[in-house]
Design a protein around this ligand. Structure first.
Ligand code: PGA
Ligand code: ZN
Length: 421
């Protein structure tokens, strides 16, 4: 049993300058854990509730003082002095204390900050690295490091909307992490140069550090990406692969996918994605269809699932109920896992296990609004995520996670996941 001495939280700012929560958990043993929670911009409708103050005179309504006070008053009042068997026991108490389906009473941001700070406090108490704590929690041995899928170009809600597609990512195929980051750096620099010469602009970046030039059309994203890889002296489909976050819920209106140059029904969209996958070394398609387009996801999976991950982000929202339904309907073959979409470590672990038991791949993902906290890297290694999606290799809130992965790689000597080779 572990007794919690005190839980407290403060407001801090995320990578977009918006308030978020940092929580501290002190155990009776004296061990202290902390955790900061991220925040999305391109959110799914089924996500757990992120509690904001909606007081327009402070951070345009984005303050988190209510969530902070829920931690300091309600949660601390209820659980300090209490003993818990394990993570599951604590998370269950938090879920019951909130009592709503989407954690709208206390806020999923408040709840997750406590769940994660407790995880770190326990790891500290046991004198084990956080990745080891997470692997024990899952009953896993340590296996392989997740392969990073790294943001190169951005559009949609993470940039100026110059293209409806949200992210074009590179998937470096090297044997170790540093070589993968080296290759990515060279491609990124080549892409920045190409953006300057083609579009006459400085390397302006989007929320996750990706480049965001005003592409002429959708094809030019692929053209520019392939060109960047070649300019870096590398070969697309051999040294570097692509992944795409279509994030299509955000341009699905009145039954049609509005790609700017064309508006397509679901069948047309599946055909279009089929062409992208056919002509490019695209190994992962995230949210190719909208979150509520349930009847067409199985058709998308049927069409491209043999070649590419059919990855559900907004579609699944790390929600065990949605994941079970998708498994039953054969509607996807991969889960994008964002812990704050569901709100506790235990529920995220359940989502992960469901996906894995169905033979799916799991991409562990950051959010577009991040902090310098690096727990995501430990979680992705501990749970043996197949991929990790952190954003670009710029900006310290992203680098905190890449650098933590480098540290873990050094410490454990683990090999990288060989997907997609
Ligand atoms: P976010 O989205 O802005 O909600 O974090 C990132 C993503 O769609 O993967
Ligand atoms: Zn997404």
């Amino acid at each position: 049993m572990t007794t919690i001495n005190k839980i407290s939280a403060i407001e801090i700012l995320d990578s977009r300058g918006k308030p978020t929560i940092k929580c501290y958990c002190k155990l009776d043993s004296g061990a202290i854990g902390y955790a900061s929670v991220p925040s999305g911009a391109s959110t799914g409708k089924a996500e757990a509730h992120e509690l904001r103050d909606h007081n327009k005179s402070r951070f345009n309504g984005n303050g988190c003082l209510k969530a902070v006070s829920n931690v300091n008053e309600v949660i601390n009042g209820s659980i300090s002095g209490t003993s818990f068997k394990d993570q599951n026991d604590l998370d269950q108490a938090l879920i019951e204390l909130d009592g709503t389906n989407q954690k709208s009473k206390l806020g999923a941001n408040a709840i997750l900050s406590v769940s994660l700070a407790f995880a770190r406090a326990l790891a500290t108490d046991r004198n084990e690295p956080l990745y080891r704590y997470f692997s024990n929690l899952m009953g896993n041995e340590l296996g392989r490091l997740p392969r990073p899928t790294i943001n190169l170009f951005s559009g949609g809600k993470h940039a100026g909307g110059q293209t409806p597609i949200q992210d074009l990512l590179v998937v470096p195929g090297q044997e170790d992490l540093m070589s993968s980051l080296d290759v990515t750096y060279r491609v990124y620099q080549a892409a920045a140069k190409i953006s300057r010469s083609k579009y006459g602009m400085r390397a302006l970046t989007a929320d996750e550090g990706g480049l965001a030039p005003p592409f002429n059309n959708l094809n030019s994203i692929f053209e520019d990406a392939n060109e960047s890889i070649e300019a870096a002296g590398l070969e697309p489909g051999k040294d570097v692969f692509f992944a795409m976050d279509v994030a299509s819920s955000h341009f699905f209106k009145d039954g049609l996918y509005d790609l700017g140059y064309r508006k397509l029904p679901s069948e047309g969209m599946i055909e279009e994605i089929g062409k992208w996958v056919g002509y490019n070394p695209l190994v992962s398609i995230e949210d190719g269809l909208a979150e509520d387009d349930w009847e067409n996801w199985p058709k998308l999976n049927e069409a491209i699932g043999g070649k590419s991950l059919v990855l559900g982000d907004d579609f699944l929202c790390t929600n065990p109920d949605r994941i079970s339904r998708a498994i039953e309907q054969n509607a996807a073959n991969a889960l994008l896992l964002k812990v704050n979409q569901i709100g506790t470590v235990t529920e995220a672990a359940r989502a992960y296990t469901l996906a894995k038991e169905a033979g799916w791949k799991v991409t562990i993902s950051a959010r577009s609004g991040e902090t310098e906290d690096d727990w995501l890297a430990d979680l992705a290694v501990g749970w043996q995520g197949d991929q990790i999606k952190i954003g670009s290799i710029t900006q310290s809130e992203r680098l905190a996670k890449y650098n933590r992965l480098l540290e873990i790689e050094k410490e454990t000597g683990l090999p990288m996941n060989d997907w997609p080779n």
